[in-house]
Design a protein around this ligand. Sequence first.
Ligand code: ADP
Ligand code: MG
Length: 265
Amino acid sequence: MTLLSIEHLTKAFDGVQAVDAVSFDLEAGQLLALIGPNGAGKSTCFNMINGQLKPSSGAIRLNGRDIAGMRPRDIWRLGVGRTFQIAATFNSMTVLENVQMALLSHERRVFSFFGRVASWKQDEALALLDLVGMAAHAQRSCAVLAYGDVKRVELAIALANSPKLLLMDEPTAGMAPQERNALMALTAQLAKERDIGVLFTEHSMDVVFSHADKLIVLARGKLIAQGDADTVRRDPRVREVYLGTGASFAPRAVLSADLSAGESA
Ligand code: ADP
Ligand code: MG
């Protein structure tokens, strides 16, 4: 069964169609990139899927069940995880404690981190940190981590909930190109190994074309193209949105180079 099936999803803010009758599918194990200029409606889509926003209309089916309009907590319990959601306590704890906390909250336990409970789920937490290449940093405070390492810890925290669907809104924002590629390569590998469907937004076309199995392009709330990297790269409407006048997607020169790169290859 299709993991995520979006049908005619629509959100209007004061008469403005931020997301306008968007439909697409995502299979387990697949990386689907949602791209488009600023204001295209990407975050609004994400926030409807995770329950932060109620759709004006349309369906969001997770393994066949319509979750549109459900509360964020209930959607999370059904296996929809997300990164980019640092808890307020993140910086006051070690890397290991943050992942332990996520594992415990997955079990819905009420707990205190002090005293004997500190060893709970330690092995499992270390195994997750090992997966994202952060086991050696387990005892460090999150406050002192490099930016790319914080992103890896965020990924381990998201995996602690054993998500079926992982939503990543601009997961590599602020990262250097090499780090971006490393994080998305790791995400792709884990998605395949664990059969997780990943929906992500990303500004670097290089990262998108390298790691996404499928792309969805939004412009002014409407889905204007979808398919694999080659299909989307060649789509005249996509080229217009990215390269034509009025596109707010930057830097244009880089995108232009990225879009043409595939043609000579
Ligand atoms: P993206 O993530 O693709 O940059 P967004 O989903 O954030 O785009 O925004 C899509 C459109 O919806 C924009 O025109 C934005 O101004 C508008 N919008 C987003 N959130 C709100 C809100 N809470 N209230 C009013 N308008 C909003
Ligand atoms: Mg956004």
